[in-house]
Ligand binder design. Sequence first.
Ligand SMILES: C[S@@+](CC[C@H](N)C(=O)[O-])C[C@H]1O[C@@H](n2cnc3c(N)ncnc32)[C@H](O)[C@@H]1O
Length: 277
Amino acid sequence: MSQQTPEEPPIGPVGPAPARMYDYFLGGKSNYTVDREAAAKVLSVFPSALTAARENREFMHRGVRHLARDHGIRQFLDIGTGIPTEPNLHQIAQGVHPGARVVYVDHDPVVLAHDRALMASAPEGATAYIEADVREPERILQHAGKTLDMERPVAVTLVALLHFVRAQDDPEGIVRTLMADLPSGSALAISQGSADLDPRLHEVQAIYAERGIALELRDRERTEALFAAGGVELLAPGLTVSYEWHPEFIGEGEYPRPANSMTPAESGVWVGVGLKP
Ligand SMILES: C[S@@+](CC[C@H](N)C(=O)[O-])C[C@H]1O[C@@H](n2cnc3c(N)ncnc32)[C@H](O)[C@@H]1O
């Protein structure tokens, strides 16, 4: 049974939230009027937001498929999971390895309210959900260790998350802590909002800021620094726009959009996947 978020939050007042706005951009129904109002404002200055959200999500699909299928990774720690949107990460990973184990983490209670969809693991594998803030990486690792074998490779996926972590909260330090003790063969996937790809992202940043949400845009160099902090080497093609990251790694029955029909604004994020040597 699907859990629908009511039209208005049960107790107010409440502001828009990144998880619910992203759900709206992806065409989901788990969002409130405040989220739709903020999302409409974003679309008025950055009409590519809908495509950018979809392309970001599809980068996650392809990255996970590649890590599972071509690098044999069977364990995933997905932080900043978002409201469930099919296919969810475990469905992609378990589509390759039914025994894959996935730990989801988000700090927004609305994601917890929908966690049943994230817990519907294949019987051979396992999924778990942790309500936690990425700024407490030690606590996340400690809980993840109940589901994942931390002596074996783990892919840490921080997809459209780190632009909600301010510079003063030390995102490099967070990534370093998350990756430091993982064994060789572990992976790190990141997508990160950047005004390099469209200066109108600064206007989007202002819309979020007016609503109390810090959106931290990072240029190419600062995004590469996140991978360096994780101690990983970027897989080809390196840091790129979402739709250019291995469009051929699509699922069965899917068709790639021709990359030459897209613009950097329709990515809005730098993306990359790295492996720990
Ligand atoms: C734009 S959504 C991305 C969802 C999913 N990773 C994807 O790319 O399809 C960002 C998610 O990060 C979560 N988030 C933001 N800041 C966070 C934090 N400090 N700790 C944990 N989760 C956070 C939000 O609640 C939201 O669900």
